[in-house]
Design a protein around this ligand. Structure first.
Ligand code: ADP
Ligand code: MN
Ligand code: MN
Ligand code: MN
Length: 373
């Protein structure tokens, strides 16, 4: 793996200076080609910000061919450690090519560990997700997650007028044209980046509110889908940054008659992909006493504002499943009812949910019930 850097002459203020830039990066003048034997690894982790954790990242320069080592960070700056004992450990768990810097560079998702005994940090939700997946992996659970998000610029959704509101919702969902959508260049760049990174992105669409979009990741197993949703979020935040735009996963960005942003979580096991009995069993398991409350409490913040019973949601305090019902908590798609097998869609998770927690809970609740057969 050779990372190529280019030596460039760069004129500014009448003086000539020499700079190095990765091949492919934009700069005014390019002169002599050289080869340098390092690559960049962008280490990322989920922090301790409450109520919604943020993604953090920093860059490590590594010799060509070197494995990704364990690293660390200052947990006192991320709400993960006190100042007098601030070190936290970063353990690489999933990595892929970095489509923004170049194919030799890596994006690296890490788990956060406590240095004293290398145990999972309380903010590390991935460890428990892996444990649950290992317990039920013989049922072959898979997920497809629909990540909705809203692009913001100058404190308002992209495409919105400086004062007041755009025309009411109606033409924006899957819209085409400058009056119907805003931010497509970001969406296109993000989709291409996800594909180049090797992520299982399965589609995108413009959403019901102007400036709101969606991408889907999956189907993948309980842990991989969550790793990849976080990685795709990283690429979205990072690409939007280049446009001076903030991509937000807030659950209800604009109060009133405007759709919220969710993360519909589609789920199946091998049994569900083979029989309708298993589909119903999974829906019933999600409705067992105590389960709706437990799930909602772990499906991200802002659900009271988003799950109102309007705008294609069920009220957060009730649990209901139904065929083709976008006003239900859990929807059975019509093809699934017709074919008598397939998957279910949990419509409750907020856009700001932690996918490690959501896929762990659904796997636990449904697979434990299905295991009783
Ligand atoms: P919607 O009609 O709700 O907008 P989408 O097309 O956006 O649906 O998303 C459907 C998701 O369901 C996709 O991410 C897809 O990968 C996923 N999916 C399809 N089949 C299965 C399955 N058998 N198990 C789990 N997820 C599935
Ligand atoms: Mn969708
Ligand atoms: Mn959607
Ligand atoms: Mn959906």
């Amino acid at each position: 793996m050779r990372h190529r850097f280019t030596r460039c002459s760069h004129w500014g203020n009448g003086t000539e200076t020499t700079v190095w830039k990765p091949v492919g990066a934009r700069l005014r003048v390019v002169c002599i080609e050289r080869t340098q034997v390092v690559y960049q690894a962008e280490y990322m982790w989920i922090d301790g910000t409450e109520p919604v954790a943020l993604l953090r990242s920093k860059t490590k320069i590594l010799p060509d061919g070197a494995d990704l080592p364990i690293w660390g960070f200052d947990g006192s700056s991320t709400n993960q450690a006190p100042g007098d004992n601030s070190d936290c450990v970063l353990k690489p768990v999933f990595d892929c090519p970095d489509p923004l810097r170049g194919p030799d560079d890596r994006l690296v998702m890490c788990e956060v560990l406590i240095p004293e005994d290398m145990s999972p940090h309380p903010t590390n939700t991935r460890t428990a997700c892996v444990e649950t997946y290992e317990r039920y992996r013989d049922q072959e659970p898979i997920f497809g997650i629909e990540q909705e998000y809203t692009l913001f610029k100058n404190g308002r959704p992209l495409g919105w007028p400086a004062n007041g509101f755009p025309a009411p919702q109606g033409p924006y969902y899957c819209g085409i044209g400058a009056d119907e959508v805003a931010g497509r260049e970001i969406v296109e760049a993000h989709t291409k980046a996800c594909i180049d990174a090797g992520l299982a992105i399965s589609g995108t669409n413009a959403e019901v509110m102007l400036g709101q979009w969606e991408f889907q990741i999956g189907p993948l197993d309980t842990v991989s889908v969550a790793d990849q949703v976080w990685m795709a979020r990283y690429l979205l935040y990072r690409i939007s940054e280049d446009y001076g735009v903030n991509a937000s996963v807030t659950a209800k960005p604009i109060l009133g008659d405007w759709n919220g942003a969710g993360a519909h979580t589609n789920f199946s096991t091998r049994a569900m992909r083979e029989s309708y009995d298993a589909i119903i069993k999974a829906c019933e398991a999600l409705g067992q006493p105590g389960k709706p409350e437990e799930h909602i409490a772990n499906y991200g913040t802002g659900y009271e504002e988003r799950l109102t019973g309007l705008h294609e949601t069920a009220h957060w305090s009730e649990f209901r499943y139904g065929v083709s019902d976008r006003g239900a908590s859990v929807r059975i798609p019509w093809q699934v009812a017709k074919e008598g097998k397939g998957y279910i869609e949990d419509r409750r998770p907020s856009a700001n949910m932690d996918p490690y927690t959501v896929t762990r809970l659904i796997t636990e609740t449904c697979c434990s019930a299905l295991a009783e057969d």
